[in-house]
Design a binder for this molecule. Structure first.
Ligand SMILES: Nc1ncnc2c1ncn2[C@@H]1O[C@H](COP(=O)(O)OP(=O)(O)OP(=O)(O)O)[C@@H](O)[C@H]1O
Length: 309
């Protein structure tokens, strides 16, 4: 059976003369949590709006579970989304908002509403108006409305914006449960990259409307290994010294830099060893690889390449 939930092929979108999305192709498989990363204005929301049929695609195709968006929109009933702000009516209570969502989807199962309110932990607020909920509770109501029909695919545009650390953790637990217990596939964007790292199994990086890189979490962890970065006058000679002492594994990055891929290594003894052997040590720093650093490096490389062209 084909495990592809979303297949975007050469999607482009312009607003007037502005190219918001430029030839984007990506696919997401069942069970994945795909983290979409990009600076402000990169095109993340635009892409999500195309996928959910909120905005028409101009070039390319988007297939959801085998159905082409635009031609056959029935498949949209199998996806849930929070795009921009959750769409709850402020004057209606939590339960009433859920009832309205049920009516919109033609859902007649009353138990589903109670189960979903319970799932997101809003039991005590069921009779509270949405306008009187805290931001974190409102986000949870938004999630409840999005998952009421038990969608196969959930699209979340910056769902943790403005939440406090506790709220972020609760939201993460909910997403984890949805993904593990219901095998819901998730596409999520956020500027809080440390959080996105925790929830996602794969990442796509968008810049100026182009998908510049995709990487899965294992690959990212391999690239981003922590260690000691040493800057010396001659990296090849320093490498021989480290090798003789059995220190490593390490990687010679260029004529001056070596990355010793070992966590919690003290810089002092390494410094003393190299200096005793006549190596000039300019700097030793702890290297902590993060999704944030990876993204910043990618953007730098991309803008250098764009300048060359
Ligand atoms: N309806 C529209 N008309 C004109 N321009 C638009 C429209 N919608 C989006 N844009 C432009 O397209 C670009 C991409 O916007 P989009 O909202 O997709 O970015 P984003 O990656 O979600 O950014 P952010 O992280 O700030 O939410 C922006 O420059 C935006 O101004």
């Amino acid at each position: 059976m084909d495990d592809t939930i979303l297949d975007i092929s050469h999607a482009s979108k312009r607003f007037g003369r502005f190219q918001a999305l430029d030839d984007v192709s990506l696919s997401i498989n069942k069970g994945e949590v795909y983290g979409l990363i990009g600076e402000n204005g990169a095109g993340k929301t635009t892409l999500m709006r195309l996928i959910t049929g909120l905005s028409p695609i101009q070039e390319g195709t988007i297939r959801l579970m085998g159905h082409t968006i635009g031609k056959d929109s029935r498949i949209l009933s199998r996806i849930g989304s929070i795009i921009e702000a959750p769409a709850a009516f402020k004057k209606l209570t939590v339960s009433q908002n859920m009832e309205l969502t049920a009516i919109q989807h033609g859902l007649t199962d009353d138990k589903a509403i109670a189960q979903t309110i319970d799932f997101v932990g809003l039991n005590e607020k069921a009779k509270t108006r949405a306008g009187h909920l805290s931001l974190g509770q409102r986000q949870r109501l938004g999630l409840a409305m999005a998952i009421l029909t038990r969608p196969d695919f959930l699209i979340l545009d910056e769902p943790i914006n403005g939440l406090d650390p506790g709220g972020i953790m609760e939201f993460r637990t909910l997403l984890d449960r949805l993904n593990k217990e219901r095998r819901t596939t998730i596409l999520i964007s956020s500027h809080i990259l440390s959080e996105l790292y925790l929830v996602s199994s794969r990442f796509g990086f968008i810049s100026h409307g182009r998908l510049i890189k995709e990487v899965n979490k294992d690959e990212l962890d391999r690239i981003n290994q922590n260690g000691l970065l040493i800057d010396v006058d001659q990296s090849s000679r320093a490498a021989m010294i480290l090798d003789r002492r059995g220190i490593g594994p390490f990687q010679v990055l260029d004529d001056h830099q070596i990355l010793i891929r070992q966590e919690n290594l003290e810089p002092g003894p390494i410094n003393r060893l190299l200096v005793q052997e006549g190596i000039l040590v300019n700097q030793i720093s702890q290297q902590k690889g993060s999704l944030e650093e990876y993204f910043t490096d990618l953007l730098n490389k991309d803008s250098q390449e764009s300048r060359k062209q």
